[in-house]
Design a protein around this ligand. Structure first.
Ligand code: PRP
Length: 236
């Protein structure tokens, strides 16, 4: 059985609670964070509830795993598409990654919390002239870093047969060089589309950062994980 205590932060703010477990706890709770902006935002949020990891702040470090000995926590940074994999197999108890990756990877994990940051949209984009192709359910070519999301959208929601071409980045090139008619991609500010003469043709779904949990960890560490979710929610 885990014990927790809520401590006041240094600034004495009642909203900023400190998350701490019984020091007799043996097991480390391991977090897999999607590399980049999402990881920085996540650590900022964790700091608000007293979870800190100083060694993660060193931008020059090539270290892959970081430990908070006091609270028995471990953090590692991974490529976003790998985060749900680490969590499904239990190499990480908890993961933080974009909803786009969760949908694309479709792993057996619990999605427990919408963290609210990293907001963007999954969209079908292309030149304005491609609108008609979508309207008339024509056989079109769709380029995407997210072939599963594209497939689900066109096959199951739109009932349109399409040819999906997997790309690994700079997907906007697809329609420009005539590899594809449209793309399925993330739109955040819209500037990449605008600068390349493309536009949003259809919106698939909104996206943001989510917390995911390994199914066994959720059973074994229920109290500890629930407490974490509860404290995070208060600071969103
Ligand atoms: C993402 C996405 C778009 C762009 C959208 O690409 O795939 O290309 O950001 O952002 P915007 O609406 O603010 O312009 P990313 O930067 O991850 O690089 P990539 O194209 O190499 O995958």
């Amino acid at each position: 059985m885990w014990n927790y205590c809520l401590l006041r932060s240094n600034d004495g703010s009642p909203a900023a609670s400190e998350w701490k477990e019984n020091m007799s706890t043996e097991r480390y709770l391991t977090f897999a964070l999607g590399k980049g902006r999402l990881a920085s935002k996540t650590m900022e949020l964790f700091e608000k509830i007293g979870i800190t990891c100083e060694e993660m702040k060193d931008k020059h470090s090539r270290k892959l795993i970081f430990v908070n000995e006091e609270y028995k926590l471990r953090f590692f940074l991974a490529k976003s598409p790998d985060v749900p994999t680490y969590v499904e197999y239990g190499a990480a108890d908890i993961g933080v990654v974009g909803k786009d990756t969760i949908m694309e990877e479709n792993r057996r994990v619990y999605e427990v919390l919408d963290l609210g940051y990293g907001k963007c949209r999954m969209c079908v984009c292309g030149p304005g002239s491609a609108k008609d192709l979508l309207k008339h359910h024509e056989m079109i070519r769709v380029a995407s870093k997210y072939p599963n999301i594209a497939k689900d959208y066109f096959y199951n929601k739109k009932h349109q047969t399409v040819d999906i071409i997997k790309l690994n980045g700079s997907v906007e090139l697809g329609p420009i060089v005539k590899l594809s008619d449209v793309i399925v991609d993330i739109v955040e500010t819209g500037s990449t589309l605008q600068e390349n003469g493309l536009e949003v043709l259809e919106e698939i779904c909104p996206l943001s950062a989510r917390m995911i949990v390994n199914q066994v960890s959720m059973q074994m560490e229920t109290e500890r994980i629930r407490k974490l979710i509860h404290d995070l929610k208060k600071n969103l």
